[in-house]
Design a protein around this ligand. Structure first.
Ligand SMILES: Cc1cc2nc3c(=O)[nH]c(=O)nc-3n(C[C@H](O)[C@H](O)[C@H](O)COP(=O)(O)OP(=O)(O)OC[C@H]3O[C@@H](n4cnc5c(N)ncnc54)[C@H](O)[C@@H]3O)c2cc1C
Length: 412
């Protein structure tokens, strides 16, 4: 987190467009709109005292290349475009990135079919430089990793997403927009030819609004008249980190072959832009949408999760994965063993606790964890209903997509 808060402005009484949520997606959307409509009055309303404090500030920091995603999906297209644009943006603004590359490692013959499918998807999605490697190829790239086959994606990299978000906020202010923090939007009402947003500073009447509220997206959408499906269910992702003297166990980014039926990528080892090496994240259903501590439990969040029929359908299908995740969360040696499968030299003495993030994962009434990005609209408003990983990578491309959708829906 930065030492200084991003400056905040008073919330306007009226504006052309209000963006709710000052994470990387909301800020990218406001920035894109101002770039297309110079002179429009655009405000960002963020409930916390600073921008980028939720998912944007608590993640693996990886610029994904687009390997995993179903060809033709929004994730596939917006990740590939978004990564390209993000590298260019960061270079232009002097924000450090490293195109350090990533290795996906199969350790067991049962994973080879899935590795092949990832290769097929990566090529179909246009991921540049993606190639199959053998055991020796893995060791050449990552001397401490072991596997029977792998994929190398040289274009995958790392970035400081909070720094990117702060830069987007500066662009907004430079273009005449405003960012108001400490301003929680609590209700949405139609008011003639506008929307009235009630918030902790009073009200803002906006001709249109775009909601990019991450873990709270479903509540604001329902308040604006949208369907309750899908609901956000928080999944806590805790990280360990390598002690400084063991950081050379990992050169860049090492990932396992994920289960294609789940939207999570498995416990990975990732070098951060600051030099730390993270191990994680876990994926454990949490008792609060801001459960950065395991002990944080909020009554409303728990009730919302438990009364959702999709929760029980999901648990019926994934209970054994849930038990594994619980073990990873509770027993550090089990967590380390998951990563030691492909970096065998790793031991529990090489790690120490690090931070946790909370994924805003949309869960359908049918019990399916929604994989793709989801956008929907209500009158005069567009809602980002599911923007999990790789939405930080994809933020500039998501912003273009959202502004185009909004233009079609209500001529923003
Ligand atoms: C553990 C973890 C690892 C990840 N790793 C990666 C990765 O390596 N690469 C990648 O590309 N992506 C990754 N992601 C995903 C990425 O972090 C998110 O997709 C992205 O940050 C989503 O941005 P956002 O702006 O939608 O959400 P957020 O950053 O969560 O922002 C939403 C904002 O809305 C605000 N808000 C909510 N309700 C209100 C309200 N009522 N009024 C006003 N404001 C409100 C919140 O305070 C918050 O600031 C990871 C996520 C997690 C959790």
């Amino acid at each position: 987190m930065p030492d200084e808060l991003t400056p905040t402005a008073p919330a306007p009484e009226r504006c052309d467009l209000a963006v709710v949520g000052g994470g990387i997606v909301g800020l990218a959307v406001a920035r894109e709109l101002l770039a297309r409509k110079p002179g429009a009055s655009v405000c960002v309303l963020e409930r916390e005292d600073d921008i980028a404090t939720h998912q944007t500030g608590h993640n693996s920091g990886v610029i994904h290349a687009g390997v995993y995603y179903q060809p033709g999906s929004l994730k596939a297209r917006l990740c590939v475009e978004g990564a390209r644009d993000l590298y260019a943006y960061c270079e232009q603004r002097g924000i450090p990135t490293q195109r350090c590359g990533k290795v996906i490692v199969a350790t067991d013959p049962s994973e080879l079919e899935r590795l092949e499918e990832l290769e097929r998807r990566g090529h179909a999605n246009g991921v540049e430089g993606l190639r199959r490697i053998d055991a020796a190829g893995i060791e050449e790239l990552e001397p401490h990793a072991r596997g029977i086959a792998g994929l190398h994606s040289p274009g995958t990299g790392i970035a400081d997403f909070p720094a990117v978000a702060r830069s987007y906020a500066e662009d907004i202010v430079t273009a005449g927009g405003s960012v108001t923090s400490g301003c929680e939007v609590t209700g949405v009402q139609r008011a003639g030819r506008a929307l009235r947003l009630a918030h902790s500073h009073g009200t803002t009447e906006a001709a249109n609004a775009i909601f990019c509220a991450g873990a709270w997206a479903d509540r604001l959408a329902v308040s604006a008249g949208a369907d309750a499906d899908p609901r956000i269910v928080p999944f806590r992702g805790a990280y360990l980190r390598l002690v400084p003297e063991k950081r050379d166990l990992v050169r860049s980014l090492i990932y396992p072959v994920p289960d294609p039926a789940l939207p999570f990528l498995g416990v990975h080892l990732t070098r951060h832009i600051g030099g730390e090496v993270l191990i994680g994240p876990t994926a454990l259903m949490a008792g609060a949408r801001d459960a950065y501590r395991l002990s944080t439990v909020r009554r409303r969040d728990v009730i919302d999760t438990l009364v959702w029929p999709g929760t029980w359908r999901m648990l019926a299908r994934w209970w054994s994965t849930g038990v594994t995740e619980l073990r990873h969360a509770a027993i550090r040696s089990a967590f380390v063993r998951a990563a030691a499968r492909y970096v065998p030299g790793l031991t529990v003495d090489d790690v120490e606790p690090s931070f946790a993030g909370v994924r805003a994962q949309a869960l359908g009434r049918d019990g399916k964890l929604v994989d793709d990005f989801v956008f929907s609209h209500t009158e005069r408003a567009l809602h980002v209903r599911n923007a999990p990983s790789p939405a930080a990578t994809s933020s500039l491309a998501i912003a273009r997509h959202v502004v185009e959708e909004a233009t079609r829906a209500f001529d923003v």
